[in-house]
Design a protein around this ligand. Structure first.
Ligand SMILES: Nc1ncnc2c1ncn2[C@@H]1O[C@H](COP(=O)(O)OP(=O)(O)OP(=O)(O)O)[C@@H](O)[C@H]1O
Length: 901
């Protein structure tokens, strides 16, 4: 009885709550309609605290967190129709649910910021919104509040599926949005999930169908749309595209349009970014329906928060690290973000500076880190009171680290929007902050570009007394730690590449970079050779150089990248490899690629977004150039095998940015010099693996000399009896530039040997080819004879014996074995197979099979060798005889030549 009473009471309470909610919803519906601002209206007045005027309207209060003078703001309602409600200044004045209001108050949000004030009323009225406002101005709540309200008013529930989707360009930003959503939506019964690349797809897929709100990166969203059974967005009510221009910069345009096309046309769309570009308007045209353009700081004197002060310093490339080190030492109690242009630089800075212990915690964030590491660093830096975060542009957008004091840009940003977003990591909401940009003398034009974009910078001059040089420390460090040396090397290459890929050639001139000074400042003992740089410096093959550089970035995969993308993509990226995954894979991408696309967003930090975009337009050309280059490389074949290529492992997005160590022999490396004419012919010869002298020459190309020869070279070439460097022998004199230092004499003599070998190989090539032809002819003759014997019903035993004889001969011990294994390879295996009338088998199987018959067959073979067999044997033996002595001959000749000196 009591329980029935309790049940009744519970139901009554439930019913009462339901009725209350329905009542509240009805009231909100009414208010939303009544209080909806007229189309195109904005509350923004001419004066703007964050520095903004209004996109067609005005804001007036100069107060980020909400107005302070209702009259001023409301008077500016401008086009508002008569009797229209006043523009709200507090969340409590908006037609939003009790639940949302409670949650916002609980999180400390009571007053509206400018963008919230301008955008939320339009969005609540169900209109599409294209919103632009300065960094740190509260755009996240400007779209999350309408999102929650829409689903609430529709009484969206667990079984309704996904009602709202938020797309963010990076995983960290997705996580941050998700956190704000949790705070603002904690009183609602809606379920929400995050779908980002780098996390367990299967785990996501198992839960995604239950989610009402999803926050994700584009690649992963598309992957779920394509693959996850039961996941549908056909009932989607609201789509949010955050940092829209960044989404496009990263090459997600096709992924986005694939997503958008699959969504119901009746949905509402909100699109936000701190910087608006033409491409954003294109995207808006594609995905928004008669959008309200809400740009709250469009007419502000400054494009950045008022409490953010901008400084720049002109620094020589070789002094950048000293300046940075000195800065960090001077700001040990500050919270600083240092932006560099590539993952490898970030890694190097973090590793090297950590080893030098500056006295402040150092962290690194870039697209090639594992997902957990990235999120861990994100949280760690967020919570730190004083720390330095070295980061790529992955951290430039949207991230809301509390209380960052300084943003230092070690490398110049690619353009003004990137500068604005990077510096926007400080001076957020009502906080103040400082930004320092290090510029090379050749990059000074960027100051003008920034001025044109409404960013005023003050020039600072370095105090030499306060400069603490770090170069010598780095040198010692790198001498002790080879892995750091490698990293420095890669950092140099990737920095150079990033400059090369910049679209604004008036600001960024890769040819003006003093690479030697850079190498020295990184602590490197020498200057690495950067192939694409050489090409660009010659100024002859800019396209190919750019192709080589871009290929590294696209590789996803900096991406790096890759990458991260690589990258990714890619590069980088690995995965990241794209910089980077290749975000350009787009709609047509298969499942695997799609997940890389998501990585690509991060990986692309190796290659700035704008650069990615601009280079995408040139991709066809670049791909063509790449293909040509690859074809050429393939044609050169093994001839390049001797070069030491940095980062040959697939994960390295510098794979195509080749820094090579080559033999100091122009003839070999570049096909130039005296041996050049012969080189093509030699390459042909080399393709025959067992060509006389090929191994020797391949070894020479790798910088290896046979022991005998090396010994001769080192003893004979270093000094004469009087201890003086030896001059080259007379007959080689013409090839050398006199006078030469001892090292050059060794190289010169080696050149001479190589040239002689080349001549020798070229001369013997026709004879070798003829011998090979004869061997093949002989083999065919033998096969024909066997076939004839079979047709004529010949002796089975003989036939078998013949076949086995061939096997036995090949399996015979000692040199023969080696010869066949080395020279015969697959061809011989195939022969054996066909002789047996079976497919070829591995040599060991053949050997085992033939062994029991050895005695009898061997006897038969010696008693009755066929003529053809004899000839074949003789030919093979002859070829072998020619091969072995010819290498020895060459060595001997080399020795002779050297001792003649
Ligand atoms: N109404 C509000 N009252 C108080 N604080 C707010 C309010 N709205 C936002 N904030 C705070 O302002 C900071 C910046 O907000 P948010 O990250 O949404 O800015 P944003 O405009 O998206 O920046 P960015 O352009 O860099 O992405 C956050 O710390 C957030 O908590």
């Amino acid at each position: 009885m009591a329980s029935a009473k309790g049940k009744d009471g519970g139901q009554k309470r439930k019913g009462g709550r339901l009725a209350q909610e329905l009542e509240e919803i009805a009231e909100l519906e009414r208010r939303v309609v009544d209080e909806a601002p007229p189309l195109g209206a904005t509350p923004l007045a001419a004066r703007d605290g964050m520095g903004g005027g209004g996109g067609g309207g005005s804001v007036g209060d100069g107060d980020d967190g909400g107005g302070n003078d209702d009259a001023r703001g409301d008077a500016a309602a401008g086009g508002a129709r008569a009797g229209a409600p006043r523009w709200a200044r507090r969340f409590g004045e908006l037609p939003i649910s009790r639940r949302t209001l409670d949650a916002l108050a609980h999180a400390g949000f009571t007053r509206l910021t400018d963008i919230q004030r301008a955008a939320i009323p339009h969005a609540l009225a169900g209109r599409d919104v294209l919103g632009a406002a300065k960094t740190g101005s509260g755009k996240t709540l400007a779209f999350l509040v309408p999102l929650l309200e829409k689903l609430w008013r529709l009484r969206w529930g667990r079984l309704d599926g996904c009602g709202a989707l938020v797309i963010s360009p990076t995983r960290e930003l997705a996580l941050q949005i998700f956190d704000v959503l949790r705070a603002a939506g904690c009183r609602h019964d809606l379920s929400a999930g995050m779908i980002i690349g780098g996390k367990d797809y299967a785990a996501e897929a198992s839960r995604i169908v239950l989610m009402n709100i999803l926050v994700g990166t584009p690649g992963r969203v598309l992957q779920h749309m394509d693959q996850t059974v039961g996941f549908e967005l056909t009932r989607l009510q609201l789509l949010v595209l955050d940092e829209a221009d960044r989404l496009l910069d990263l090459g997600f345009d096709r992924t986005l349009s694939a997503i958008v096309r699959a969504l119901p046309a009746s949905r509402q769309t909100l699109l936000f970014s701190a910087t608006q570009t033409r491409s954003v308007r294109d995207l808006a045209a594609l995905s928004l329906d008669r959008p309200q353009y809400v740009a709250v700081h469009e007419r502000a004197a400054s494009a950045t928060p008022d409490r953010l002060s901008h400084h720049f310093m002109v620094v020589q490339l070789g002094a950048k690290l000293d300046t940075l080190w000195s800065f960090l030492k001077a700001h040990l109690h500050a919270k600083t973000i240092v932006f560099a242009s590539s993952c490898k630089q970030v890694r190097f800075l973090h590793e090297a500076f950590s080893a030098l212990r500056p006295g402040v915690p150092l962290m690194a964030l870039h697209g090639r880190q594992k997902q957990m590491k990235r999120l861990g660093t994100f949280a760690q830096f967020g919570g730190a009171k004083r720390a330095v975060l070295f980061a790529t542009d992955i951290a430039a957008r949207g991230l809301d680290f509390p209380a960052v004091d300084w943003v230092v840009q070690l490398d110049a940003p690619e353009d003004a929007p990137t500068y604005i977003h990077r510096t926007g990591r400080t001076a957020r909401f009502r906080a103040s902050g400082k930004a320092l940009l290090l510029l090379l003398p050749s990059e000074l034009a960027l100051v003008e570009r920034l001025r044109a974009a409404r960013v005023e910078l003050r020039r600072l001059v370095q105090n030499p007394a306060k400069l603490s040089a770090v170069g010598a420390k780095l040198q010692t460090l790198l001498a002790e730690r080879p892995e750091l040396r490698q990293l420095a090397h890669k950092a140099l290459v990737s920095y150079t590449r990033s400059v090369m890929l910049q679209a604004d050639k008036e600001v960024f001139d890769v040819r003006a970079l003093p690479i030697d000074a850079l190498a020295a400042s990184l602590g490197l003992p020498g200057v690495p050779r950067v192939r694409f740089l050489r090409a660009s410096k010659r100024g002859t093959n800019w396209g190919a150089a750019a192709a080589a550089a871009a290929a590294g970035a696209d590789g996803g995969g900096d991406g790096d990248g890759g990458g991260d993308g690589n990258p990714s993509r890619g590069g980088d990226g690995g995965s990241g490899s794209t910089d980077e995954g290749d975000a350009n894979t787009g709609v047509g991408a298969n499942v695997g690629d799609v997940s890389d696309v998501s990585d690509g967003s991060d990986g692309s930090d190796g290659l700035g977004g704008g650069r990615a975009r601009k280079f995408r337009s040139r991709n066809k050309l670049l791909r063509l150039l790449d293909q040509q280059r690859e074809a050429k490389a393939a044609k050169r074949g093994d001839a390049r095998g001797g070069e030491t290529v940095e980062g040959r492992d697939g994960a390295d997005d510098d794979e195509l940015l080749v820094v090579k160590r080559v033999l100091p022999h122009a003839g070999i490396d570049e096909g130039g010099g005296e041996g050049a004419g012969a080189a093509a012919g030699i390459d042909e010869v080399l393709r025959e693996r067992d060509a006389p002298g090929a191994r020797l020459l391949r070894g020479l190309r790798k910088g290896k000399l046979p022991l005998k020869l090396a010994a001769a070279l080192s003893t004979k070439l270093a000094f004469d009896e009087d201890g003086n460097p030896l001059a080259p022998p007379d007959h080689l004199q013409a090839d050398c530039d006199a006078p030469q230092p001892p090292g050059a004499a060794v190289a010169g003599a080696r050149d001479a040997v190589v040239s002689a070998l080349r001549r020798r190989l070229a001369a013997s090539a026709p004879a070798d080819r003829a011998a090979e032809r004869e061997r093949v002819r002989e083999k065919h003759r033998l096969e024909r004879a066997k076939a004839k014997a079979r047709e004529g019903g010949g002796d089975d035993a003989d036939d078998t014996g013949g076949a086995q004889l061939l096997v036995r001969e090949r399996d015979g011990g000692g040199d023969d074995d080696e010869e066949i294994g080395e020279a015969g390879g697959g061809a011989d295996g195939a022969d054996a197979g066909s002789d047996d009338g079976e497919p070829a088998r591995p040599a060991r199987a053949r050997k085992r099979r033939s062994a029991p018959a050895d005695d009898t067959v061997a006897a038969g073979a010696t008693e009755e060798p066929g003529r053809a067999t004899k000839r074949a044997k003789a030919a093979a033996g002859g070829a072998r005889a020619r091969r072995e002595p010819s290498i020895a001959d060459l060595e001997a000749e080399a020795l002779r030549m050297l001792s003649a000196r």
